[in-house]
Design a protein around this ligand. Structure first.
Ligand code: GLU
Length: 489
């Protein structure tokens, strides 16, 4: 067997090869991420390629959407449809000449032939096999005297069933059955190649060293290996990713399981670095107990061998938790930039409550410093409007509160009055003096913090949660605090 393109000992080149048929979900982005990490770790290249040979399934705008999604998460590629590169074009529909040339090689070797049947006839063969409870194999119907291929019939591979043993970087050593090898279509009657054929040509011509893709392609590996052999090509390294499962772990993650378009996560206030860490740790860890990873750490520590073979569970609560961790880690100025976008594109959202529109930057930063610990998503900042405007009353905060609903209106009025008087008497308004006053109030009224502090917080903010009460009141200011407490009396 002649080796045309030896791929080892060359710089690592990986690719992400989506079909522009929809949005980018977490499974797709995980494949892209792993390919990206491997390339970056080895100072290789990461390539984006669009596989758009199934024209019926193509969705307008999907290509742009995929590019925007990769950018938004921070997965940058070195070559691709929009930036070009040494092996351009990176769009399959623009590479038809290549596929024809390679197909011609197979025809010349007697390893490809025109399929003379109509789709209806092939369907009949399929039904016959079904009725006989046998697997449908086209090669059982291979025509004895196929017509010359004129480009209007499907071009099929003339296969020789045999078994292969190969090493998958994730799945381990695998031996394939010869039974499943068939005369697969290389070029369809519409002139476009099939994925099965095109990806092998592209990966070869683009000098891809590692194919990282979903495990749904595992069952086709026998046919791919047969094609590599027929084309006299050395296959690259394969790494098939286990499925991502729903939260219960009992079936493949579907749209209904809450996995959104990654751009929607960004719009909803998830940080790219949190999404990256979350996605990378779905089914991978570095063998330590570390739970979150920066991009630099991922590039350093990632390895295909540590990807677990069983399906990874998609746990959105974990993502939310992780997002909060990353938000807490951001320097205040950086966080301020992230929440203060112009709102004109994804990744530049403005997460401030409307009431903050006219507020000055220094004050907003103080609010943000208080809010930072409480934000699980950047969008949670929307709940801090009470720092900028007098909130509207929501009495359900009292009537639905287990402890507060037991108080009589007169008792509430007394407690608020006492608080008002105490806070009004303060000559210095700092978190410390306020805390001291609050502690004295507890003693004076004989109430539990769960009652007294909740009440003050509710009258000052009308929000179900707030940062620590003394800090909240300190930032609101004495005048504003008293005005709000006073309004209820
Ligand atoms: N176009 C294929 C898909 O969308 C890519 C598979 C591969 O990475 O080879 O699933």
């Amino acid at each position: 067997m002649t080796v045309i393109l030896p791929v080892m000992n060359t710089p690592i080149r990986t690719r992400f090869a989506p079909s522009p048929t929809g949005y980018l979900h977490v499974g797709g982005i995980r494949t892209a991420l792993f390919a990206y990490l491997l390339a970056r770790q080895n100072k290789g290249q990461f390539v984006l390629r669009f596989e758009d040979t199934d024209k019926k399934r193509e969705v307008v705008g999907s290509a742009e959407h995929l590019i925007a999604s990769l950018r938004a998460i921070g997965i940058d590629y070195d070559e691709g449809p929009d930036i070009g590169g040494p092996y351009a074009p990176y769009i399959q529909s623009q590479r038809l000449d290549s596929y024809r040339q390679w197909a011609q090689k197979l025809i010349d070797k007697g390893l490809a032939y025109a399929d003379p049947y109509t789709p209806e006839q092939v369907q009949q063969f399929r039904e016959q096999a079904q009725a006989a409870k046998k697997a449908f194999l086209y090669r059982n119907h291979r025509p004895k005297q196929p017509p010359a291929w004129d480009g209007t019939q499907p071009l099929r591979f003339k296969s020789t069933p045999q078994s292969y043993t190969y090493h998958d970087a994730v799945m381990g050593e695998t031996t394939t059955s010869s039974e499943v090898i068939d005369d697969i279509i290389l070029i369809k009657s519409d002139g476009y190649p099939t994925y099965n054929f095109a990806h092998i040509i592209d990966d070869t011509e683009m000098h891809i060293t590692h194919i990282i893709r979903g495990q749904e392609f595992l069952s086709s590996m026998p046919n791919y290996l047969a094609l590599y052999e027929a084309l006299e090509l050395t296959p690259p390294v394969f790494a098939h990713m286990p499925h991502i499962m729903n939260e219960q772990g009992n079936k493949k993650l579907g749209k209904r399981d809450g996995a959104k378009d990654v751009l929607d996560y960004i719009r909803d206030g998830y940080l790219p670095e949190a999404l990256m860490s979350f996605i990378a740790t779905m089914g991978w860890n570095d063998g330590t107990t570390q739970e979150t990873y920066t991009k630099a750490e991922l590039i350093k520590r990632f390895s295909l061998e540590k990807i677990q073979r069983s399906g990874a569970r998609f746990d959105e609560k974990r993502l939310l938790w992780m997002n909060g961790q990353f938000i807490r880690e951001l320097p205040l100025d950086e966080l301020y930039t992230r929440v203060s976008g112009n709102g004109q594109s994804v990744g530049h959202e403005n997460f401030w409550p409307e009431a903050a529109a006219g507020a000055d930057e220094a004050y907003k930063k103080q609010v943000l410093a208080l809010a930072q610990d409480r934000l699980k998503t950047l969008a949670d900042l929307g709940g801090f409007g009470y720092f900028f405007t007098i909130p509207s009353k929501d009495l359900s905060l009292i009537t639905d509160n287990k402890q507060l609903k037991k108080l009589k209106p007169s008792e509430i009025a007394q407690l608020v009055q006492a608080s008002y008087d105490k806070l009004a008497a303060l000559t210095e308004w700092t978190p410390e003096t306020i805390q001291a006053a609050l502690n004295e109030l507890l003693e004076q009224t004989g109430q539990k913090p769960g009652i007294l502090f909740s009440l003050i917080r509710i009258y000052a903010t009308w929000a179900p949660f707030s940062p620590q009460l003394n800090n909240t009141l300190a930032l609101l200011g004495q005048t504003q605090t008293l005005e709000r407490l006073g309004a209820s009396l």
